[in-house]
Ligand binder design. Structure first.
Ligand code: TXA
Ligand code: MG
Length: 320
């Protein structure tokens, strides 16, 4: 049996208040939401996703009124970033208050907070009037959903309502930034490019470059090296002419390429190589290739700037 799907925000908000699970559209990907202050509801989110309890959830808010109850400090950098990027695809990790359940933060002393930009998500959060813990609405380790159908396919029978806000405009998850008293650390590249963050606060530390993977894992326990994976093996190559059996492979590529016609299935993410358009198409394209019955999905690295950084991060985690 599949859950009701629609745009009844009032019903969705009431269900959240009652401790039910509601999947909802955001501008990045669909979230699987529960009242963040209701530990039973949050526990169900972990169970439904099959998500390990060491991987903390992002808490979503519609306006700043909840902030003082959720975060124990609000540094100047947070103020400047929120003024510029909220509502939008930026998640800030800050010291948490007592009110935030340890289950939400996996026992960490910090909480991740985000104000999404999708109008339906904002209305839902406003009407629910509770902070909403929401991971992406996919089974743990699988591709993130960027339209309601993706959610219905995998989770439809385990949630109470699916708030359909159409296809997600950004298409990759939010940028996750840890703010400590003396530094900012990029925990996950995402919808707000690093360059834009550095135009507001600088410098931003990149754990991948500056710390060991153990230290990076301690900062953001959810950033497992393998994640966002299609079922079909995915390889990243520098040179398409060296792929040995393209007729048995799918190709995921930023823009049209002369070698593409040799592949069994092709997904071109943008006609003119635009990284923002590519991000919006990325997960849906990967899903289609995963369903195309090919032996392997072949892809090339994206230019490592703008949203290309987030796309390369997702590709690296999807490769296996
Ligand atoms: O765009 C998004 O962020 C979407 C939509 C639904 O808002 N949500 C999302 O959630 O991508 P999820 O659970 O798939 O990813 C949350 C990431 C994980 O990598 C997790 O480890 C990190 O945020 N995170 C959450 N709380 C944290 C904390 N206190 N400290 C460090 N990392 C944290
Ligand atoms: Mg996720």
């Amino acid at each position: 049996m599949s859950c009701p799907v629609g745009v009844d925000v009032a019903l969705a908000a009431r269900l959240l208040r009652e401790g039910k699970l509601v999947s909802f559209a955001t501008e990045t990907v669909y979230g699987l939401g529960a009242n963040a202050l209701d530990v039973n509801a949050v526990a169900r989110v972990f169970a439904v996703k099959n998500r390990p309890h060491f991987d903390p959830l992002i808490v979503h808010i519609a306006d700043r009124s909840w902030l003082p109850r959720l975060v124990a400090s609000w540094p100047e950098a947070a103020e400047r970033l929120a003024a510029r990027f909220w509502p939008g695809p930026l998640t800030l990790v800050l010291p948490k208050t007592e009110l935030v359940p340890d289950l939400v933060t996996s026992g960490l002393p910090s909480v991740a907070v985000r104000m999404p930009a999708h109008p339906l998500a904002l209305e839902l959060l406003r009407l629910a009037d509770v902070p909403v813990a929401a991971p992406s609405a996919n089974l743990f380790g699988q591709l993130s959903p960027t339209c309601a159908e993706h959610v219905a396919e995998r989770l439809g029978d385990q949630i109470d309502y699916l708030l359909d806000g159409g296809p997600c405009s950004v298409g990759v998850e939010s940028t996750v930034l840890l703010l400590e008293s003396d530094r900012a650390v990029l925990l996950r590249p995402g919808g707000v490019p690093l360059e834009e963050i550095e135009s507001v606060i600088s410098p931003v530390a990149l754990p991948s470059r500056e710390t060991t993977s153990d230290q990076a894992a301690a900062l953001s326990p959810g950033m497992l090296p393998q994640h966002y994976a299609p079922r079909t093996p995915l390889v990243i190559v520098e040179d398409l002419s060296r792929v040995t059996a393209p007729a048995r492979c799918g190709l995921l590529i930023l823009q049209p390429h002369p070698a593409a016609s040799r592949f069994a299935a092709v997904e071109v993410l943008s006609a003119n190589g635009d990284l923002t358009a590519a991000a919006a198409n990325f997960f849906a394209a990967l899903r289609r290739l995963d369903a195309a019955h090919v032996e392997q999905i072949v892809t090339m690295p994206f230019p490592n700037h703008g949203l290309g950084r987030a796309l390369n991060d997702r590709l690296t985690r999807a490769a296996h």
